[in-house]
Design a protein around this ligand. Structure first.
Ligand SMILES: Cc1ncc(COP(=O)(O)O)c(C=O)c1O
Length: 345
């Protein structure tokens, strides 16, 4: 879809990356690190300065006490963090519970690690968990569950009660929880982010995955990390060493600078996205898509069935192609509306 969109000169709403620059301060930190000669391999599990910054931020923002020497592994983005974690922990025949709809990597990551993913539906329109369905997904073969909050693509922010149910089941069945919190700073209407690792009994069985891609608008830098108890971290580091060796050294140093940004950086980011969400939600509804309003992350899941009927197509890929054709060749109200929204930002 990205390739087709570029060819049509359209606006790509299908892939999650910011269409604006990172701050000058962050870019300068990267330039400075290169100029200071920090250009060779780092310690594979991450530069000490960055691991310290990750631990300090996790304590300050998430309330998680973290030992930078034993609990942190720096990876090439959350993408590598997730696949390294599952590869380290799962064996053939194990099951990893995945909420559906899910970020595109979780299914393939589970399968690559040898595990099978039983799926548990998040029910529209508010992406509710059915506690009975979740309980039924756990069993003797369950080794882990993947949580993503705030969630891609639903925009759901898991509540403390929902996380408590997950925590209860993880302890009952003695499983790991892998929680992808990459959107922790993109929250709307006063929603609060809760880190699963802070719930009672969860610190030693939770692997927290995160990265700078979304919070600092640098998806191309490829710096992420895991936070986990020492015994788990040792396993993740072994896999990570042979997957990628390490994340780019100068960008690790710039990341340490980013993690020390003051609170007003996050306040401004949140205000920016709140405004963008409000405008985009109104605009999508205006062109005939029934949407659920996200509580976090930067996705809006839209029901396209009405548009599909009006274009006479029966699946999402065909509709996307039709939209791009309309975008490229016809005067299209959706295009005018999107451009107006964009200009207003
Ligand atoms: C939920 C989620 N996790 C992970 C990623 C990938 O993160 P990274 O760029 O750090 O590899 C994305 C990117 O869209 C995402 O939405």
């Amino acid at each position: 879809m990205t390739r087709l969109c570029v060819a049509a000169g359209g606006l790509n709403l299908a892939q999650g990356f910011p269409d604006f620059e990172a701050t000058d301060e962050l870019k300068q930190a990267a330039i400075d690190a290169v100029n200071r000669g920090l250009n060779q391999y780092s310690i594979t599990h991450g530069e000490p300065a960055l691991r310290q910054a990750i631990a300090a931020k996790a304590l300050r923002y998430n309330g998680m006490p973290v030992d930078p020497d034993t609990d942190v592994t720096v990876t090439c983005g959350a993408t590598e963090a997730m696949v390294a974690t599952l590869t380290a922990l799962m064996n053939p025949g194990d099951e990893v519970v995945v909420f559906e709809p899910f970020h595109e990597h979780y299914g393939p990551d589970s399968i690559l690690s040898g595990a099978t993913p039983p799926y548990v539906t998040l029910h529209a329109p508010d992406w509710r968990i059915d506690p009975g369905e979740l309980r039924a997904a756990f069993g003797p073969s369950t080794k882990a569950i993947i949580i993503n909050t705030p969630n891609n693509p639903t925009g759901k922010v898991f509540t403390r009660d929902e996380l408590s149910l997950i925590a209860e089941l993880c302890q009952q069945w003695d499983t790991y929880a892998v929680t992808d919190e990459i959107y922790e700073h993109i929250l709307y209407d006063g929603a609060r982010h809760v880190s699963l690792a802070t719930l009672p009994g969860m610190a030693d069985r939770t692997i927290t995955v995160n990265s700078i891609s979304k919070t600092y608008s640098v998806t191309g830098w490829r710096v992420g990390w895991t936070i986990a108890a020492p015994a788990i971290t040792r396993q993740i580091r072994k896999v990570h060493d042979f997957l990628t060796v390490g994340a780019p050294t100068p960008l690790q140093h710039a990341t340490a600078a980013a993690l020390a940004f003051a609170d007003d950086y996050y306040d401004k980011l949140m205000a920016f996205y709140q405004d963008a969400r409000d405008r985009t939600f109104a605009m999508l509804q205006g062109i005939g898509l029934d949407c659920s309003n996200p509580a976090g992350a930067y996705y809006i899941l839209a029901d396209a069935s009405r548009l599909m009927r009006s274009f006479g197509v029966h699946d999402d890929v065909a509709l996307s192609r039709e939209l791009l054709r309309g975008w490229a060749w016809r005067p299209c109200p959706a295009r005018r509306s999107l451009l107006a929204t964009r200009a207003g930002r």
